[in-house]
Design a protein around this ligand. Sequence first.
Ligand code: HEM
Length: 155
Amino acid sequence: MADEVPSLHAWAGGDDAFRRLIEAFYDRVEQDHRFDRLFPGGVSRDHRDHVVRWWIEVFGGADGYTRNLGGYPAMLAHHRGLQITAEERLAFATLMSLAADDAGLPADPEFRAAFMGYVEWGTRLALHNSAIDADVVEDAPVPHWGWGVAPPYQP
Ligand code: HEM
């Protein structure tokens, strides 16, 4: 029914969809020399699993990152001091868009707009927080992303 808008997590296909997304994303990162500095030696199993938990929580699934992995402050700590450049941020966002295709995420414009909205927001925050002496928000909840202005069209 039109007034029952599904979560982005449900629309994407649940936990498995985010597992496929993050695996596809870091597989691309490992093949891309623009990430040699940030991920020397590749992306570990633990890193992949933790980031999957993060994405599931943000998009409306279980709150595993908050419960078991340190929540927002832990995510923040991982980015501090990385000195992410504008080029690295854009490369990250672009590989995310490509990984969504690799993983077979829903391709409807509404879902992809919401998805890339989060990617744009998150990568810009990561860039900001990673600067030396950045003025950061030290604690906050893990964000919960929604559809924004274009929820799925359900007549
Ligand atoms: C939507 C944007 C982003 C999200 C959701 C995100 C998520 C995360 C999370 C959850 C972790 C911690 C994993 C853990 O708990 O073990 C992490 C670590 C990391 N992120 Fe991000 N990230 C984003 C943007 C970026 C960008 C733009 C870059 C660089 C171009 C980046 C580079 C890294 C690196 C290198 C680490 C590992 C640092 C370490 O080894 O401690 N991230 N990210």
